[in-house]
Design a protein around this ligand. Sequence first.
Ligand SMILES: [Zn+2]
Length: 341
Amino acid sequence: MLEKIENIKSEANLESGLIKDEKTLEEFRLKYLSRNGLLNTLFEEFKSVDRESKGKVGKSLNELKISLQKIYDEQKEKTVSGKSPDNESPDITLPGVKFNKGTKHLISQAIDEITEIFQRIGFQVYEGFEIEDEYHNFDALNTPDYHPSRDMQDTFYLHSEGKDKNYLLRTHTSPAQIRVMEKTKPPVRVIVPGKVYRNEAVSSRSLAFFHQIEGLYVDRKVSFSDLKGTLDYFAKEFFGENLKTRLRPSFFPFTEPSAEMDVECYLCSAKGCRICKYTGWLEIGGCGMVNPDVFKMVGYDPDEYTGFAFGMGIERTLMPKYGIPDIRLFYENDIRFLKQF
Ligand SMILES: [Zn+2]
């Protein structure tokens, strides 16, 4: 019996060197340590060992049990930790983890592109304030007290500090024109991009805020044909080389005369389509010669200086350009929408 125990011990020691993975480890366990394994068979045989030898055989059998368990535990440790990346060189042929690259929002891209077009002809960028006072948003722009746009239904008022100090969220970028003219002497040539706010019901065509871009040029002898030439240059740079532009008479309190500007529909090459309502023209914004009353408010002499101003909505301009059916898509941050631009 003692000899048998010694044989199994040396056999197990030899076989421990063959354990390479979970499969061979399990084979080792089944052969020696399982219920029907060699160790249990020996314990069964031990029951019939005669009394004098029991002490010696029992000791030897216990040593075997300990050494088999030790081999098993050590090999198990090695096989399991062998699977950890620390013990393995990385497989450089595996495909990498893909990261989504962030990009500029479509609105920011458009503002960048438009300001760059105007910067090429000498316009500077001014941003203005989103919180304005009533004076800069309305009064200084020749918008009288009774004008409907001053109504609470259209304008978000913030708080009031007495009769002449009502604060509001600017309803257009035009108060920035006043702030620039208050601080600088002509010539003035600025472009003002930014957010504006209107108290409007949310729909596919309108939101409580959107983006505008505004331009102002004041100098001696600035004429209506300068306005037309500037807008024509912009439309060709932004919408397409061969597109015609046109001006239609309109009204704004802060310009006189005023006009709406249209560009030929670039979607149907002016043939007429659903987007341009079969007119062949798309409206891009309002413009006009600065009203002399506005010059008086900022201390410019209307007999010495003339100027023009124009403004357009960014979202309204981009919607037909990219076939975007709903203005809300710009702000829902749906990655499927955003990554197209
Ligand atoms: Zn069209």
